[in-house]
Structure formats: structure tokens, C-alpha cells
Design a protein around this ligand. Structure first.
Ligand code: ADP
Ligand code: MG
Length: 374
């Protein structure tokens, strides 16, 4: 089932929590809503489900306007972070629940229900546990039962709100992989809410990044990670260094650069800017002309990486640099005090409004020495 969301807003007592969202969810995809706590993810999910009514805007299921349909009419499967299994029911009865409560005319026979439950138990790999009660299961097992229960009604749409949020790290990782495999088999259109970047990037076909009630970016995990559309997305998806810069004639001029950086894609503006570069996109270089000179403050190895802090002129805090040991080809961690040259391999450039302060780490506000483009 495809879902189209148009200009959706939600206010709670005069406070706008969602601000005019547009989103198309494609049939069969697993889409993640990713954002910090309080950004509006659960509210968006509840609007899709029909548990809240929009202040304005519409939600279409296929060609049909679902905005005024009830939860039942929308035919949706749910799983929440906090186990919502019926404690007094066995695993079997929990999974069968959605089928048993159907009106008589639509209710499958007892045998059909039993067959469906067995099929689902096998799908979520809990065969043999149908007689247990929720308290006799681990957290991960309970969430698998919750998923089986949500799938029992063959939902148009599966909505998962931080379903693994209460589980410990290793179980979360296992379930993440398991859910991806399950989705590849069943292809239910699924919306998965999380505040965990790694979870979203590893699990989803597409990621929707929500920031203060707006959609900051929608794209595949590679797209949002490699080409963040806003400074927020840059910072939210990984460690980033921010440097003041100036865009002139399509080049990015930065303190210490003779020729300026040439971005992979044309930049649509001129003037003061901030340059965003991830720690692992800063490379140690021999090229004096195009690099930022710095002095190593510290270097330590961690999980096959060198993590350096490099002091550069004008910056209060050192730049964070991550270099894989492989890239250093057997060299040692550079000692404290060594001079190094850093070259941004990949970076993003965003305009800085006039009057907007330079990045907080800078001693000198927005006054990089500008060197003419060759
Ligand atoms: P998330 O799921 O991303 O953490 P939510 O959608 O739960 O965010 O909440 C977004 C904002 O809306 C928060 O500021 C929250 O306090 C507010 N909010 C959510 N539900 C209600 C409600 N029923 N009444 C008032 N404010 C709410
Ligand atoms: Mg939430």
C-alpha cells in the first residue's frame, strides 16, 4: 500500500509539532523515520495510523483519502517500544487476537486461525513457544511476538515505533538484521521509527530525517550519509568538523588553502559559508598547496583506526581526524607535536547568513584569510 502525506501539520495547544510535511511511502518499502527525541516522529506515526487527527493536511492510502478513517478502517499493524502484549494470554492467543476479534462474517475458522498462528510462529522463529505467557519470554522474544501479532491481520501498513528501544545493544543489533530479512521475505510496507542513526542506516530502504517537526531530508542510507542536505543532517549522522569558509567563483576558500577546494557538485551561492567535513573524510596529505596545516595534539589507535586531534590556526578546539590503519600503510600514530597536512576528501558547504557567528569553536569570527583562486 502506498501512502501519500501532503502538507500535514499538527498542533498541540497552539504549539506546532509537525510543520507541513510532504512524504510518499512506496509500496513494499521499509522506511525509517529518524530524528532526535521530541522531533515529531511518534506524532507523525500516530497521524498515519489515525490515532491523532491532523490540524491540517491529508494522508492518502493509495487513491483514497484516509484522513478521516478510523484506526480499524485503516487496517494497520503496530508494534511499540513498550511491550503491549496481553499478559494474561499465551503467545498463541496474543498472535491470534486480531483474527479472533473480527466480526463473525470476516472471522476465519478456528482451524484457519491455528494455521495462521503456526505460520507466523515459524516466520518469527518462535516455534514451540506458543503455550508460554509473556513473562516467560525474553525482551527480544516478546517483540517478535508483538510483530507476529501485528502481521496476523495482514495489515496494509506496518508501523513500528522504536520497537527495539528497550532492549540491550547486542539484542537490538540481532533483531535489526532479523527484521531486515523478515521484511525481504514479506515485503509489508513498513514505517520504522528510531532515534538511532546506525539502526536506521542499516535497516531501511530509505531514511526520512525529521528535525523540529519538518523533514530535513529523505533518501537512501547512502544518500543521506554521503550527501547531507542540511547542517543538521551532517551533524546528526556522524562526527563532523565545522570550518569557516568563503565561496567565490564556485570554489571554497579556506584558511591555509592556496587554490581553494573544488566541490563535487556546483555550489548554488557565493559568500560566507561553513564547511562541514567528517572526521574520517580528513586525510593526511603531502600536498602543501591544498591542505590545512596542523599540529598533532594526540593520537590513539582504536578498532583499526588512528584517532587524531589536530590543532589548526584560529581554532579553539582541535579538529577530530580518523584515519584507518590501512590508509597509513604501516606508519605509526604521529607523535604529539608533529606537523601534519590535512586534506578534506569529501565535504559539504552551507551558506552562513550575514551577521551569523562563525562556528563556535573559532577564536576569530569568520575571518579566514582569503587567498585568490588560481
Ligand atoms: P518523538 O517521537 O520524535 O520523540 P513526539 O512526536 O513524541 O516526538 O513529540 C513531538 C513533540 O510533540 C514533543 O515536543 C512533545 O512534547 C509534543 N507532544 C506529543 N504528543 C503530545 C500531546 N498529546 N500533547 C501535547 N504535546 C505533545
Ligand atoms: Mg517517539
Amino acid at each position: 500500500m502506498d501512502v501519500s502525506i501532503r502538507n500535514l501539520t499538527k498542533e498541540f495547544r497552539g504549539v506546532q509539532v509537525l510543520r507541513g510535511l510532504d512524504l510518499d511511502i512506496r509500496p513494499g518499502e521499509l522506511i525509517a523515520l529518524l530524528g532526535p527525541s521530541g522531533s515529531g516522529k511518534t506524532t507523525l506515526l500516530r497521524l498515519i495510523a489515525g490515532l491523532e487527527t491532523p490540524s491540517s493536511g491529508t494522508v492518502h492510502f493509495g487513491d483514497e483519502d484516509a484522513s478521516h478513517k478510523t484506526v480499524q478502517e485503516r487496517h494497520i499493524g503496530f508494534v511499540f517500544q513498550h511491550y503491549a502484549l496481553f499478559r494474561h494470554m499465551t503467545v498463541f492467543d496474543n498472535i491470534a487476537f486480531g483474527l479472533k476479534v473480527r466480526p463473525r462474517a470476516q472471522r476465519p475458522s478456528r482451524e484457519e486461525i491455528a494455521a495462521k498462528v503456526r505460520e507466523l510462529l515459524s516466520l518469527v522463529q518462535l516455534e514451540g513457544l506458543e503455550g508460554r505467557y509473556p513473562t516467560q519470554l525474553s525482551g527480544g522474544q516478546r517483540q517478535r511476538v508483538a510483530l507476529a501479532r501485528a502481521l496476523a491481520i495482514d495489515p496494509n501498513l506496518l508501523l513500528l515505533d522504536e520497537p527495539f528501544g528497550a532492549l540491550d545493544a547486542q539484542v537490538r543489533k540481532d533483531l535489526r538484521r532479523w527484521l531486515r530479512e523478515l521484511h525481504d521475505k514479506t515485503r509489508h510496507t513498513t514505517v520504522f521509527v528510531t532515534h538511532d542513526q546506525e539502526e536506521a542506516l542499516e535497516l531501511a530502504d530509505r531514511v526520512v530525517i525529521i528535525h523540529e517537526g519538518t523533514i530535513a531530508q529523505v533518501g537512501t542510507p547512502d544518500e543521506v550519509y554521503n550527501e547531507p542536505a542540511t547542517p543538521f543532517v551532517y551533524g546528526f549522522l556522524g562526527a563532523v568538523n565545522v570550518l569557516p569558509a568563503h565561496v567565490k567563483g564556485g570554489h571554497v576558500l579556506l584558511e591555509g588553502f592556496e587554490t581553494g577546494l573544488v566541490p563535487a557538485k556546483p555550489i548554488g551561492f557565493e559568500g560566507p559559508a561553513n564547511l562541514y567535513v567528517r572526521s574520517h573524510d580528513l586525510e593526511l596529505s603531502d600536498d602543501r598547496l591544498r591542505s590545512i596545516p596542523g599540529v598533532v595534539q594526540s593520537c590513539r589507535t582504536l578498532a583499526g583506526q588512528f584517532r587524531l586531534e589536530v590543532e589548526i590556526p584560529g581554532r579553539r578546539q582541535p579538529l577530530n581526524v580518523e584515519v584507518s590503519e590501512a590508509a597509513l600503510a604501516g606508519r605509526q600514530c604521529p607523535a604529539k607535536g608533529s606537523r601534519v597536512l590535512l586534506q578534506p576528501r569529501r565535504f559539504g558547504v552551507f551558506p552562513r547568513a550575514s551577521g551569523e557567528a562563525a562556528p563556535a569553536e573559532w577564536v576569530e569570527p569568520a575571518a579566514p584569510r582569503l587567498v585568490a583562486v588560481s
